[in-house]
Design a protein around this ligand. Structure first.
Ligand code: NAD
Length: 563
């Protein structure tokens, strides 16, 4: 994520983050660590996010879409909270893999490993998800389908009385998101969307460090997810089955341009059935991310997560404007061709703390429904790129402040560095180790007096002991498990009419997730139209009819808007 970091410097960055967090906690600035506990004692995710277990009655759930992500969710869920009793999927190889697991991807454990052989054999398997919606014993569904199916299936599920956890991006266009929120309220069902960073302790820690103000003045965040999908495609037919002859197969190894086996093709290649399932071809079903009608490109798949993180860092504010350039400059005819761009570069302007006038409670002051401006120059720029031809830098977010830099790398490492100090001798020394100094105007600050030389060894205590997530080298939960636990907790506490009683919703409920969808989909529009686009606050209001993409008609709009 940061070009110039060696392994030692990364160790140091993690140790710095641990030191700073423990100090902030001791001074009462971090609730995600046990204040004053020292030695790295941490608050559990459950108590931080505010949920508990509930004895021996887990929520009975069905999984709709048992592909790559469905496999991760099954591998990560906690059956004490959410117990899958059925799955719906139309692809024979995925129906099998969700039960057996995937030896190539350990996170995709499969039901046999999670529940044991006997329990796994009791799971109902169907290709028709509507059958599962009719089963009154199923309380909730987890939807991990291609993007264009999120809204129609989530709406049908809620209308059938099921609570819904639907994967991100929330929906294919913003009108669909608004409809999903409306139906959730109308049917009194919980709607949660799978942006798992809302349930990651690492991001919770990172946000609290930023909130403490310790990085000084933050004017720029750089986020990126760079991948290299240019290596030649290889396939072992003796192990993985013969490739289908009637479809174009990949030239490059590329998770979005999956190979299609003859076995899957023979079962799926039924035009009538495909149409019912929502597709025009087998290719579109298996490689849905490549097509505009079924996917949302790099911004929907990768960028949405990271812009979610950046907006969490900035206090979940809505951006002011976006400008983007997207190209399909690597793939082409006969070379893993697609509708979607393979390189995207996007610049967002976000409001800083003093952009809007705020009252004593930090609420933006409105006049005639408009947000009053205080300082229009107070903007924070977030730059985002996702490319397909180089992965030198690991994916992540880099927050640059006037007194320090925070790097969140691959959802697993949290690192902190001091800014260069002008007080050192010999020209621009750079601080490597950090300390929190006494409160400056009641706020903590990073000490900037240490020097930049050969990388200092990371203090062994900080890397060896349990401590803040992302700083110890220990495995970090990316939030999937907690997201499903919290969903189940909300369901168990929902009662008769949770909306009327203003009960607790999941952290990433419809309105929160719609903002992430607006950010990603408006960036797509900016790239498509080659325009700078100003965000309109009404887009973020689920009740207002205004949307940024009224001219983008989804394949299932008729069904969705009939609801
Ligand atoms: N939160 C995350 O970090 C994360 C990561 C990856 C994917 N996702 C999201 O998860 C969703 C699924 O992605 P994926 O990578 O698993 O895709 P995938 O293609 O591997 O899986 C989709 C599955 O849905 C099945 N399916 C498609 N149409 C169906 C229908 N009409 N009825 C029943 N089954 C159907 C397919 O057969 C396939 O098994 C997407 O929305 C994606 O954006 C989220």
């Amino acid at each position: 994520m940061a070009l110039d970091l060696t392994a030692d410097q990364k160790d140091l960055g993690r140790a710095n983050a641990a030191t700073v967090m423990e100090e902030l906690s001791r001074r009462g600035f971090m609730k995600s660590l046990a204040a004053g506990a020292g030695g790295g004692a941490v608050v559990t995710a459950a108590s931080y996010f505010g949920y508990t277990g509930f004895g021996d009655k887990p929520v009975r759930a069905a999984l709709i879409g048992a592909g790559d992500e469905g496999g991760i969710l099954v591998g990560e869920h906690n059956p004490d909270f959410l117990k899958f009793v059925a799955i719906a999927d139309i692809r024979p190889s995925n129906q099998k893999r969700i039960i057996d697991g995937d030896p190539k991807v350990p996170l995709r454990k499969g039901f046999k490993k999670v529940y044991g052989q006997h329990e796994a054999s009791k799971i109902k398997i169907t290709d028709n998800y509507e059958e599962l919606l009719k089963d009154p014993s199923i309380e909730a569904v987890v939807i991990a389908l291609p993007l264009h199916l999120h809204a129609p299936v989530a709406i049908k599920a809620m209308e059938a009385g099921k609570h819904v956890l639907c994967e991100k991006l929330m929906a294919w266009n913003v009108g669909q998101c608004k409809k999903m929120i409306e139906v959730a309220k109308k049917t009194n069902r919980i709607l949660s969307i799978g942006h798992q960073r809302h349930y990651s302790m690492l991001y919770a820690h990172a946000s609290e460090v930023l909130k403490s103000g310790i990085l000084g003045d933050i004017r720029h965040i750089r986020a990126q997810w760079h991948r290299n999908n240019t290596w030649p495609f290889e396939w072992d037919a003796t192990k993985d089955g013969a490739l289908a002859k009637n479809v174009i197969q990949p030239v490059y190894r590329d998770g979005w341009f999956n190979p299609i086996t003859q076995a899957d093709y023979d079962v799926l290649n039924n035009p009538k059935k495909l149409k019912e399932y929502g597709y025009e071809s087998v290719e579109e079903l298996i490689r849905w991310r490549l097509y505009n009608a079924t996917g949302g490109g790099l911004m929907a798949e990768l960028g949405s997560h990271q812009l979610d993180a950046c907006s969490i860092f900035l206090g979940k504010v809505h951006p002011l404007a976006v400008t983007g350039v997207g190209t399909k400059s690597f793939y082409g005819k006969g070379r893993n061709d697609r509708d979607s761009d393979d390189h995207v570069f996007v610049t967002f302007e976000f409001p800083g703390n003093n952009y809007y006038q705020k009252d004593d409670n930090g609420k933006v002051v409105l006049r005639d429904g408009k947000q009053l401006l205080k300082d229009k120059d107070d903007v924070v720029v977030v730059t985002y790129s996702s490319i397909s031809t180089n992965q030198f830098e690991p994916y992540g977010e880099c927050v640059t402040g006037s007194r320090g830099t925070m790097v969140v790398e691959s959802e697993t490492n949290l690192m902190l560095y001091n800014e260069k100090s002008p007080t050192g001798k010999g020209g621009a020394p750079r601080a490597t180790t950090v300390a929190v100094t006494g409160a400056e105007k009641g706020k903590p600050a990073l000490e900037a007096s240490s020097t930049w030389g050969p990388a200092a060894a990371a203090p062994s205590s900080a890397t060896a002991v349990a401590g803040p997530a992302g700083t110890t080298g220990a495995p970090v939960s990316r939030g999937y498990r907690e997201e499903m636990e919290d969903f189940a907790y909300c369901i168990r506490n929902w009662g008769k009419d949770g909306y009327a009683n203003n009960l607790r919703l999941p952290r990433c409920h419809g309105t929160v997730a719609m903002a992430d969808a607006i950010i990603a989909l408006t960036a797509n529009l900016s790239m498509k139209k080659r325009n700078r686009i100003d965000f309109d606050e009404k887009w973020f209001d689920p009740i207002a009819k205004e949307v940024p993409d009224a001219d983008q008609k989804g394949r299932f709009d008729d069904q969705v808007f009939k609801a």
